[in-house]
Design a protein around this ligand. Structure first.
Ligand SMILES: Nc1ncnc2c1ncn2[C@@H]1O[C@H](COP(=O)(O)OP(=O)(O)OP(=O)(O)O)[C@@H](O)[C@H]1O
Length: 263
């Protein structure tokens, strides 16, 4: 298992090539919390390279959703830095973070059930003034999420939970984000729908959008992820290639709900 510094230097050499910074999104030594309550994040560092799925796992209340709120500008950190493609954007609110390329798909379901799938998806692109670009984005998300194309004119409320989640993904991709933050995408879904949602997350990554993912369903999420970070007590306790975390028996017992599955 790599220590934090080993792991980060591995990624440094692997992703140096084609971006201004080797990381699309960096949360560096973040301390954050709510009001006067004790800090939730206490010196947390997470880095998302281009073209990667990074998954945060950890016990209930470890601060996983709080990490995403900090990353999307919903919660301003007390200290630490947030960088997008090497540029310091610390203190930016959600609108500026979205403009910088960071989109947040919140926990739970957020489709408007009385609107069609098309209307839901187009809401994600309402800031796009260029009609040709809008049409291009629509074509892109319809191609990436076949169920969105198939159910385009249906009311979104008629779709299953897993299909609605894909509508949310499609909506978030309309503004061509560099990185998408996904908070518990499998929440409330049965195993089959969870499988489809994770396949779609991999397709999003393969189509060029990096993903920072938070999941209760840690084992399933790490199977889809490139990199895993285990959060505990407001810091990254261990990080490394997701398959190494999955294979570690001690981590399995402590954080992943039992022993690794035998294949
Ligand atoms: N809006 C808020 N106001 C005050 N405290 C909050 C708020 N949101 C979360 N917290 C607290 O922050 C801590 C971390 O919560 P967070 O939701 O980030 O954890 P989590 O790891 O995502 O948990 P879970 O797996 O249960 O969703 C918890 O103690 C929670 O009670």
């Amino acid at each position: 298992m790599a220590s934090d510094s080993d792991f980060h230097s591995d990624f440094h050499s692997g992703h140096r090539a084609d971006s201004r910074s080797e990381f699309l999104l960096e949360l560096d030594d973040i301390r954050a919390g709510y009001g006067r309550a004790a800090l939730v994040l206490r010196g947390l560092t997470v880095r998302v390279p281009a073209g990667a799925i990074v998954c945060l796992v950890g016990p209930n209340g470890a601060g996983k959703s709080t990490v995403l709120k900090v990353a999307s500008g919903l919660l301003t950190p007390r200290s630490g830095r947030i960088l997008v493609d090497g540029e310091d954007v610390t203190g930016s609110g959600p609108q500026r973070m979205l403009a910088a390329g960071v989109a947040h798909v919140l926990q739970g379901h957020s489709v408007f059930s009385e609107m069609t799938v098309a209307e839901n998806v187009l809401l994600g692109g309402y800031t796009l003034r260029d009609k040709a670009l809008l049409a291009e984005r629509v074509a892109f998300v319809r191609d990436l999420f076949p169920v969105v194309a198939e159910r385009w004119t249906d009311l979104a409320g008629l779709l299953s939970g897993g299909q609605q989640k894909q509508v949310e993904f499609a909506r978030s991709l309309m503004v061509s984000p560099r990185v998408v933050l996904l908070d518990e995408p499998s929440m409330g879904l049965d195993p089959k729908a969870t499988g489809v949602v994770f396949e779609q997350i991999v397709r999003m990554r393969d189509a060029g959008t990096a993903v920072l993912l938070v999941e209760q369903n840690a084992r399933r999420a790490l199977e889809a992820a490139d990199t895993g970070c285990v959060l505990d007590l407001g810091r990254v306790h261990v990080s490394g290639p997701a398959r190494e975390l999955l294979a570690d028996p001690q981590l399995g017992e402590l954080y992943l709900g039992g022993r690794p599955a035998r294949h």
